[in-house]
Design a protein around this ligand. Structure first.
Ligand SMILES: [Zn+2]
Length: 100
């Protein structure tokens, strides 16, 4: 069997596993309710203090906060091009069309 066939087979298996995960977890109503509840909680408890990048040393990583829930979205090197606007949890909700 050629190496490419093995790679294709592995990708196919991973795709199937991902589809099953989506159906069993993400796309159930219970999961949706839980995720929206977690989002509401994140919004209700936004961090009051943010890291002020202007006070950090030159070359420090830049800190970004989620436009949806206000929590840390992540950091990027000072030379970033596209800023992080949304945290991973909100990004997942957005992709599923659940972000309100
Ligand atoms: Zn968020």
């Amino acid at each position: 069997m050629a190496v490419n066939d093995l790679v294709d087979e592995r990708e196919e298996r991973q795709k199937k596993a991902f589809e099953q995960w989506k159906v069993s977890d993400v796309l159930t109503e219970k999961s949706k309710a839980e995720r929206l509840k977690a989002l509401a909680e994140r919004r209700a408890h936004m961090p009051t203090e943010r890291i002020d990048d202007s006070l950090l040393y030159a070359g420090s990583a830049m800190h970004f906060y989620c436009i949806s829930c206000g929590h840390a979205a992540g950091t990027l090197p000072e030379s970033y091009i596209t800023p992080l606007e949304i945290c991973r949890e909100c990004e997942a909700l957005k992709k599923l069309g659940w972000l309100e």
